[in-house]
Design a protein around this ligand. Structure first.
Ligand SMILES: [Zn+2]
Length: 123
């Protein structure tokens, strides 16, 4: 996955963004047609307004999905000047726990159950 991701870097023509001293793959340009680091930096004011096409109010379980998403983002955050702010280290840790461990485990669990179900149907 990392090899595929990094090999794509050569095809990117946009100016990279630098975050915490690391040159990112994508830019931070506010583009109405696609996500960029601008979406990370301005999720509610830019990304949710311009890029979310399916999971909008009225979508089944919209509130639960929204609460789950913001629960992960804001877990262990604290209010600073009336705004919830996550500790960057904890935010990165939550990303790793969720995206690198929990999500692949869920996908693996679903794959195994699918294969068991398929075997049972074939018998
Ligand atoms: Zn976006």
């Amino acid at each position: 996955m990392i090899i595929i991701n990094e090999s794509y870097r050569f095809n990117i023509m946009e100016k990279n963004w630098t975050y915490a001293g690391v040159k990112t793959m994508n830019s931070a340009v506010y583009d109405l047609n696609k996500c960029s680091w601008a979406c990370h930096n301005s999720t509610t004011n830019h990304c949710l307004k311009n890029h979310i096409k399916i999971i909008k109010p009225g979508f089944p379980l919209y509130k639960q999905i929204n609460d789950f998403y913001w629960g992960i983002i804001n877990f262990n955050s604290k209010k600073t000047n009336g705004k919830k702010v996550s500790n960057p280290k904890f935010y990165a840790t939550m990303n790793l726990i969720f995206l690198v461990v929990l999500w692949p485990l869920l996908m693996f669990y679903l794959l195994i159950n699918y294969l068991k179900l398929r075997r049972r149907v074939k018998k």
